[in-house]
Write a protein that binds this ligand. Structure first.
Ligand SMILES: Cc1cc2nc3c(=O)[nH]c(=O)nc-3n(C[C@H](O)[C@H](O)[C@H](O)COP(=O)(O)O)c2cc1C
Length: 202
């Protein structure tokens, strides 16, 4: 296992997966065990995970992306995102089948019997982040997506037979990366941090 720092620094959104490389069941269990160690408001632990491997279900989940992209979502992305590399990567993942070949999709749901809906995202995303980091630690690629679970909630509910108290909040695609990802591009911490009061440079 790699050092935490190097795992965090290497973790990136992967949208090109090796279709022939397996995701081991033991590895998924390991990732989920680390996901549930996340903090949550009042320790409500309001998460449920649905691990999808079935090709037909994955196809139905990813077809939604392609339809949405082709119905104008792609144009909106192209207009609003300046970073051409990211746009090309999103297009590959969402409309050209990149995410579709990921062998596993983990749908992370918030349980509104355990947490008020307004607090659901802040208590769910730490667990999602643990999932992403533990996937990276095992050299898997992963991609966190929220579009499907935000705008296609009814579709996801029906497909996965979710009860009303579960809100699907994230779909995380997991597989072996088809190629090595370049380092993440991030603004340096010093550029976004201030001393004592906003405006005083770090
Ligand atoms: C809340 C959230 C939603 C995201 N939604 C999507 C998505 O719908 N589709 C996608 O391909 N990537 C999605 N991403 C991944 C981001 O595009 C990615 O983290 C960002 O561009 C930085 O790229 P990198 O992680 O590869 O460095 C999402 C990330 C976050 C945190």
């Amino acid at each position: 296992m790699a050092e935490l720092r190097s795992v965090i620094q290497a973790q990136r959104a992967c949208r090109r997966f090796d279709p022939d490389a397996a995701v081991l069941e033991a590895d998924i269990e390991h990732m989920l065990q680390l996901a549930v160690h996340a903090p949550s408001a009042e320790n409500t632990q309001p998460w449920s995970f649905v691990v999808v491997r079935a090709e037909e279900t994955r196809k139905q989940l990813t077809d939604w992306w392609t339809e949405t992209w082709n119905a104008g979502g792609g144009d909106r992305v192209k207009q609003s995102i300046q970073d051409k590399t990211l746009v090309a990567d999103l297009e590959y993942g969402l409309s050209k089948g990149g995410l579709a070949v990921a062998p596993v999709v983990v749908v992370v749901c918030a349980d509104t019997d355990r947490v008020a809906e307004i607090h659901a995202p802040s208590s769910i995303y730490p667990a999602v982040q643990n999932l992403l980091l533990s996937a990276a630690d095992l050299s898997y690629g992963s991609c966190l997506t929220t579009g499907l679970t935000t705008f296609g909630v009814d579709h996801v509910r029906e497909l996965l037979q979710l009860p009303q108290n579960l809100i699907p909040m994230a779909a995380v695609y997991i597989g072996r990366p088809a190629r090595k990802l370049s380092p993440p591009r991030r603004r340096p911490a010093t550029e976004v941090t201030y001393r004592e009061k906003f405006g005083a440079a770090w």
